[in-house]
Ligand binder design. Structure first.
Ligand SMILES: *[C@@H]1O[C@H](CO)[C@@H](O)[C@H](O)[C@H]1NC(C)=O
Ligand SMILES: *[C@@H]1O[C@H](CO)[C@@H](O)[C@H](O)[C@H]1NC(C)=O
Ligand SMILES: *[C@@H]1O[C@H](CO)[C@@H](O)[C@H](O)[C@H]1NC(C)=O
Ligand SMILES: *[C@@H]1O[C@H](CO)[C@@H](O)[C@H](O)[C@H]1NC(C)=O
Ligand SMILES: [Zn+2]
Length: 339
């Protein structure tokens, strides 16, 4: 939830009539769904969160959300039918991979949402790092979602992802229920959140196994990431939120969180334009905006698309911010930056 945090609700419109909703949905679904799937969907008369810009620009609205869905990006140029991503799968917890209907209905391959244009990949400049870990936390009071997309810095290709819903540690059960209903209820992903969320400390243990498996970090060294870095949109995620959460969770700030790339600073220094938020960057780079704001994996995929685009445009994406281990002070490495 890097930016434009202010106005998420103003970006969501509700379609005025359920008749319109059903007929739009129906024509959207028919070409690639079995009739039983369509019928089931249509029997969910949910209000549709529609991004303001796409509702005007495209005849195809995102579909109603059900448990475990996330908005993907129906690309106007792509013929591939869009499917919502299975949010059990992104967490390594999908048990329905051999259910044909489930697999037909939900995307189980994130790289399909982040395709690389081969002629654009040829234009990538030599980079100082080998991998980028794009991160966009969700949750203001405590972290609720920890989504990471790993891409190759040279080929721009999707390598892997790590995604966990995070259960707050300093909140009563009742408060958690209300918090999750308010935050995820409108997307219909509160169910998968309750089914899967684990405490932040456990999330980090699993994350360490994951970065270890990719040879990006070793437990013993207590060092920064190997030839890779987090990419966030703004400094909030790693400067503010993770240290706050570590305090609440009573753990030491892990060494891999000590430096990162604030994409806004790279953007400003490369294009010589200020971008106050993700929306601005996507608009200026003419990357289509569809789906739902403040669903962790959606926002992370957006940032990843901006990273891919900036690489293709010739940007060198490098560390912008570093925390001093002794003093905890945060040092900004670019003089020209967004304050
Ligand atoms: C995922 O999609 C990509 C193309 O977008 C394809 O190359 C790859 O084989 C797919 N992976 C699996 C496991 O189906
Ligand atoms: C692929 O990249 C090239 C070079 O950047 C660009 O001219 C072209 O429009 C891109 N094609 C698509 C489908 O995005
Ligand atoms: C660091 O990453 C490189 C690939 O980028 C890998 O070859 C190397 O083994 C890694 N080093 C460690 C200590 O894991
Ligand atoms: C990311 O894209 C989604 C749709 O894919 C959009 O609704 C959302 O607002 C974007 N997120 C940000 C942070 O701009
Ligand atoms: Zn699944």
């Amino acid at each position: 939830m890097a930016l434009a945090r202010v106005s998420s609700s103003s970006l969501l419109l509700l379609l005025p009539s359920s008749t319109t909703t059903s007929s739009l949905l129906h024509s959207f679904l028919r070409p690639f769904s079995t009739s039983s799937v369509s019928t089931r969907r249509l029997s969910h008369p949910r209000s549709l969160p529609i991004d303001a810009s796409i509702s005007q620009a495209s005849p195809l609205p995102p579909t109603a959300r059900e448990e475990g869905e996330v908005a993907g990006a129906p690309r106007p140029t792509s013929r591939r039918p869009w499917k919502p991503t299975c949010l059990y799968y992104t967490q390594g917890k999908c048990t329905m991979m051999d259910d044909a209907l489930h697999v037909e209905k939900f995307n189980h391959n994130l790289s399909m949402d982040l395709p690389v244009n081969a002629s654009a990949a040829d234009k990538v400049k030599p980079q100082k790092l080998d991998y980028f870990l794009v991160l966009d936390l969700e949750g203001k009071v405590e972290i609720l979602e920890f989504p990471v997309v790993m891409i190759d810095a040279h080929s721009m290709e999707f390598i892997d992802s790590f995604h966990r819903f995070v259960r707050p540690t300093g909140m009563s059960e009742q408060r958690i229920k209300e918090y999750i209903e308010g935050k995820y209820g409108k997307f219909g992903v509160d169910r998968v959140w309750h089914d899967t969320a684990i405490p932040f400390e456990e999330v980090l243990q699993e994350f360490e196994d994951w970065i270890g498996g990719h040879k990006l970090w070793k437990q013993k060294q207590g060092e920064s990431l190997n030839s890779s870095a987090f990419v966030t949109c703004g400094n909030w995620d790693l400067k503010t939120k993770v240290p706050e959460q570590c305090k609440v969770s009573k753990i030491k700030l892990p060494s891999y969180f000590m430096e990162w790339i604030n994409l806004k600073d790279i953007y400003l220094n490369f294009y010589n334009r200020r971008a106050t938020g993700m929306m601005t960057m996507m608009r200026e780079l003419q990357i289509p905006i569809v789906g739902s704001h403040h669903l962790g994996m959606d926002d992370t995929k957006n940032i990843t698309r901006v990273v891919q685009r900036m690489l293709a445009d010739g940007a060198v994406i490098q560390i912008t911010t570093r925390r001093q281990p002794d003093t905890n002070d945060v040092k900004f490495l670019f003089k020209n930056r967004i304050r």
